[in-house]
Design a protein around this ligand. Sequence first.
Ligand code: PBG
Length: 336
Amino acid sequence: MFNINFPEVRSRRIRKNFSVRRIVSEVSLEPRNLIMPLFVKEGVNKPEPIASMPGQYRYPVKGVNKVIAELVESGVSSTVLFGIPKHKDPLGSEAYNEGGVVQRAIREIKKDFSDIIVFTDVCMCQYTDHGHCGIISSRGGRILPDNDATLEYLGKIAVSHAEAGADFVAPSGMIDGMVKSIRSALDKEGFTDVGIMSYSAKYASGFYGPFRDAAYSAPRFGDRRTHQMDPRNSREAVKEILLDINEGADIVMVKPALAYLDVIKTVKEISLLPLAAYSVSGEYSIIKAAAEKGWIDERKIVFEVLTSIKRAGADLILTYYALDVASWIKEGYCPF
Ligand code: PBG
């Protein structure tokens, strides 16, 4: 099958002709597969630049539709929303407030752009005063997120997003059983058509640093290693993916992307569901920083990185570069 011993075959016939390269390329970057993460912040009246993520902003609810219009114009048809509330408390109550910042943003977007697919991040870390992804309890002297107490809240958050008009909810906390509880909470309220994209294989990663700065969501004490995955494991990712599929996930995700291409490839082989990969904040910021110094060609590197994620097997890519990439494609840019 892999015998390439044919003396008459000349690879250059294909390689030297760029139009031919294009028609036989095994994967391609397309705006339709990109999901643009957006931050919406309570209490600001104009987009606020995020220092750790040059080119990204925290948008006011009134104002988010300007960037949605740009996305639609460039061919990107989906976004994932992250809320930054004013008020934080131990139960993260703003996360399920029907008048909360994300719920208002969903309504604002759907009012003008009914076709855009709205995914919402379902987690508590931006909403709790301690910065953990769930309800905290102190059992046996250790202060830890209480998995089972958190599940009920995740269901409430998901339902409040569905009521506001979200198409998909995306639980990101790696809380055991989150997909099952969210699925049953949604179904109970009649939201059987609202889907779940689960952050199934989410690693305890240093690449989330700029995001935590952007969303003020770093834990005040401890870290997320009690529930996020060990970067040394890939079989564990398979286990997590299979659990989420069993619990009713519609789309599964591997996160981060670039340092986990092998995991994306493995998951693609064992799952029949659409697979998303999240090219996270750190992946964005390291490219931005090097590009700002003039050390790399930003567009070329972004295309190469995102293409590698596609080649590994991702169907969808969540990337802060979604809007830029789509507009570069529109201009006819292709570095290959
Ligand atoms: C949790 C969440 C995080 C990210 C997405 N959802 C942060 C975390 O787990 O600490 C990180 C995304 C990124 O780095 O771009 N709500």
